[in-house]
Design a protein around this ligand. Sequence first.
Ligand SMILES: [Zn+2]
Length: 412
Amino acid sequence: MPLSPSRTVADLRELQELTGDENGAQRVAWTDMWERAREWLRGKLAGAGAEEKIDAAGNQWFTLSGGSDRALLLGGHIDSVPNGGWLDGCLNVMAGAEVLRRIAEDGAPPVTVRLVNWADEEGARFGRSLFGSSAAAGSMADQDELRTRRDADGISLPDALAEHGVELDRALDARPELENAAAYLELHIEQGPVLESMDLPLGVVLGTFGVERHLVTFRGQAAHAGSTPMDKRRDALAGAAKLELEIREIAKRTGGGAVCTIGGVVTKPGIVTSVVETAECLLDQRHLEAGTLAAMLGEAKRASEQIAHGENIDVEWERIWNIEPILFDDALIELADESIREVAGTSHRLPSGPLHDAAEVARAGIPTVMLFVQSLRGLSHTKLEDTREEHLELSVQALDRLAAKTIANLTE
Ligand SMILES: [Zn+2]
């Protein structure tokens, strides 16, 4: 049977039927429903001639041996957030399964082809994203901290993993899985509004944004709301409010997809009868270029100091987390562009705001690229997440073309 993109759509609907409910997808990693999804995938690929294996981090691999040990990897994640959408993650697992079946039908491939269903991309239960891919990439370094994590019911992460045959301390033993990897391809829904606004079905992802996350604390003086004249106040919330408006201008001036967000502000004492003494702001800044991201951070710091000076308050910065931008492989970006133009006429290059398993694989030094397919209304992590069926089918075709071109390149 040749490639059947409509089968991918039917598979995704079947998976949703099996593992979702009226509130959306319920395939949270390290749960029975997730296990059921993995079993279902196993059944879907039975007879394709691929050998299945679960590695030390719980990643599920299907390996189609070829003429060489060098491997083309196709990856996605079947786990979802609670009340998730029907496409996030599992689109590439099922599109990858379709491509794997097509390649198997054509006879033994010149290189080995492997489909990987990464374990716990979402981190929905324990707040740790990219679990399986970071273990395989060798970048997981937070085992001590992970050992203490508990879910909402008080179950510890190591106990939950053990129920699925994974020992936290041995997760890094998944590292050899990437040893022979020569290229990694991942298709994903965009989860944003860019492709839809351009009326394009597909785009090539240039890389994932670098992220700078800081706690910015403004400190003023608590004072009675009734007896303190307006010109005598040292109001920390004024600092937070001005910074929030300023970071929007910084992102606009920076351009190139720059985004800055203050996602939360906690004020103390936080009562209606007092001027705000401290305002703690959670700031998140993202850009695809490391230098630009650093400049954007510098601008925000300078702005906060000027604001603090003007309001007669103090400001302090504390880094919460950061990650460098991760750029995908130039040659694979070209092949992906070509593949999209062949199936859809027009392609578009765009960065990814969210992190993906592909970022971990790229960080491990493996040539990587992602394809995005249009998301309707830019919605994801909700049951309202959707993509037109004809676009889903085009995305399977584009992934198949890209896989074929990559294999040809690897065997040159
Ligand atoms: Zn995803």
